[in-house]
Design a protein around this ligand. Sequence first.
Ligand SMILES: NC(=O)c1ccc[n+]([C@@H]2O[C@H](COP(=O)([O-])OP(=O)(O)OC[C@H]3O[C@@H](n4cnc5c(N)ncnc54)[C@H](O)[C@@H]3O)[C@@H](O)[C@H]2O)c1
Length: 242
Amino acid sequence: MDLTGRIALVTGAARGIGLATSELLAERGAAVARVDQDAAGLDGSTQARFHDIVADVTSSAEVAAAVGEVVSLHGRLDILVNNAGVAGRSLPTWELELEDWSSVLAINLTGTFLFIRAALVPMRAQGYGRIVNVASIAGKEGNPNAVPYSASKAGVIGLTKAVAKEVADLDLLVNCVTPAVITTPLLDQVSAAHLEYMLSKIPMRRAGDPVEVARLIAWLASDEASFTTGAVFDISGGRATY
Ligand SMILES: NC(=O)c1ccc[n+]([C@@H]2O[C@H](COP(=O)([O-])OP(=O)(O)OC[C@H]3O[C@@H](n4cnc5c(N)ncnc54)[C@H](O)[C@@H]3O)[C@@H](O)[C@H]2O)c1
């Protein structure tokens, strides 16, 4: 999968799945803009191919500026990976504050919408694009004690399917991936009991590695993915077989 000459933007790229994806896309030849709100995390990079942008995915203005910066630097944007996300607190619905709901929805779902909306301007103009959204198995199955998270990721799946049909007449594919438990710092946000619940559901009896998700994203971000759009790609060690 050669991505030489492709211009990519990956959100939530300071660590975890976003970092692994940025590294793999760069390894395959893409110029990668990493977007994250964690300036210190981005500073740890030594990859010469990375162009780092500090931005909050919930800010419409910062999202527009990030896409504008990449387009003014490279003249185009070929690949968008909407990966930034948070788990939220592991609590039953009746113990949640409105803020638990609003903050998770804003980052996971509204952030994805804002980046897609901004990226579709250059992608539609150039008649080419690959958008990959990182949803979750929680969006397909619903995890108890993770209602805002599950709802936000179900939203990402619906958004993927709908927007894909709007641009399917162009060489502009929009797909999403639905990982189960992947070993990243995100797991520090969930309770031990919740982690145990999620791991117990995986027939392979292990968590995934970020690079395993990155490989699927990299394929969906390439020219080799050409006849699939609006699709949901499972990567859950056998938890979801549909
Ligand atoms: N780790 C898992 O088990 C798992 C499973 C399924 C889906 N996912 C999804 O994968 C994606 C990446 O998760 P991860 O496990 O690598 O998490 P992570 O916590 O390791 O990394 C998430 C990154 O997103 C950034 N971020 C958070 N809020 C942001 C904001 N408002 N603006 C900009 N950046 C922001 C963080 O700073 C961080 O660098 C998320 O969407 C997550 O929901 C993860």
